[in-house]
Design a protein around this ligand. Structure first.
Ligand SMILES: Nc1ncnc2c1ncn2[C@@H]1O[C@H](COP(=O)(O)OP(=O)(O)OP(=O)(O)O)[C@@H](O)[C@H]1O
Ligand SMILES: [Mg+2]
Length: 213
């Protein structure tokens, strides 16, 4: 039985998930809620190991099914070790990415079977779904330029997914928007021209609305 509240942040690379996740965490902490901030793929030591395998470029390509199953394996570990127990303790869990990421990236962007991905992930997550999902939507040029600024600042080359380029990022974006059209759990926040604080204010508004409703 869960009695906490599960919030996920979704969106293409560089859309601002990490930034907003930290602000939300701070907001709830100031209200004296217990908050667990986590991310996928990863979230527990073993799940982070799986993340490393998925995201590190290697000579041997990951087959699509391997990639889908690794994400699902990482998620199973994350849900059962961290998310579900925290929800059972009544905590607010904020995760950067969850099942919607698999549907947007492996499903809509890479073209693998959406039903298959959905089924595998239902098993992996034991049927757990977020209570509320924010889709941070930005036009793809804006996301890529944010990402490039950050990559330059960190002097890193980007991982397997971030280096897939504009067309890929655009497919991810459209996939997410499609998911949101079919699911009232997903709130789309247009972040293209908004600053960090005003996006945060919008998220707080929605959280208040959903938690009290
Ligand atoms: N609304 C905004 N306006 C301008 N810059 C922003 C905005 N939100 C985030 N940024 C900046 O864009 C960059 C990417 O943000 P962030 O790391 O939060 O995105 P992300 O979605 O977590 O990325 P990733 O998918 O790679 O984890 C950071 O340098 C961040 O400071
Ligand atoms: Mg991030």
């Amino acid at each position: 039985m869960k009695n906490g509240y599960f919030i996920t942040l979704e969106g293409a690379d560089g859309c601002g998930k990490t930034t907003q996740a930290h602000l939300l965490e701070e907001y709830f902490q100031n209200l004296n809620h217990s908050v667990v901030l986590t991310r996928e793929p990863g979230g527990t030591p073993l799940a982070e190991e799986i993340r490393r395998i998925i995201l590190t470029p290697s000579k041997e390509p990951l087959t699509p099914l391997t990639e889908i199953l690794l994400y699902a394996a990482s998620r199973a570990q994350h849900v059962h070790q961290l998310i579900q127990p925290a929800l059972e303790e009544g905590k607010i869990v904020i995760s950067e990415r969850f099942i919607d990421s698999s549907l947007a990236y492996q499903g809509y962007a890479l073209g693998w079977d959406l039903n298959l991905i959905g089924d595998i992930n239902k098993i992996a997550a034991g049927g757990l779904e977020p209570d509320l999902t924010f889709l941070l939507d930005a036009n793809t040029e804006r996301s890529i330029s944010r990402l490039n600024n950050r990559l330059d600042a960190n002097q890193t080359k980007g991982d397997r997914i971030e280096s897939r380029g504009y067309a890929f990022q655009e497919k991810v974006r459209q996939g997410y928007l499609q998911l949101a059209r079919h699911n009232p759990r997903i709130v789309v926040i247009d972040t293209t021209t908004k600053n960090i604080q005003s996006i945060h204010a919008e998220l707080i508004h929605w959280v208040g609305d959903r938690l009290s409703g």
